[in-house]
Design a binder for this molecule. Sequence first.
Ligand code: FES
Length: 101
Amino acid sequence: MVDHHGSQCGFCTPGFVVSMATAHVNARTDHDDVLVSNLCRCTGYAPIIRAAEAAASAPIPAWMETDRQALQAPGAIAALVSAGEPSGGRGRPAPGPPRTS
Ligand code: FES
C-alpha cells in the first residue's frame, strides 16, 4: 500500500490489507470484487488496486498457508466458534461486575 501510494490518512488501510491478504491466500485476483466492501475517503481506488495486484504476485508467507489449511479442516470454524470468547465473538468485552461508584 505504501509503495503504491494507496494510503493517505490510513483509516481504511488495515481493512484493505486484511482483505488483500485473505484474497491472496485464497488465490483470488478479482481485486474489484474482493475489495468492494472497503471504503476509502482519501486515496481513490486505482493506487489501492495497484497495491493489490502487486501483493498478488508476492509469495504467500508460510504462516498464512498454515493458518489457511488449519481453517479448512472439517469443523475448524465450528470449533473456534464453540470455544467462544467472553464477548461471544462480537469484539466487545464481556460485561464485568457492576460499578459501585
Ligand atoms: S487513506 Fe484515508 S480513508 Fe483511505
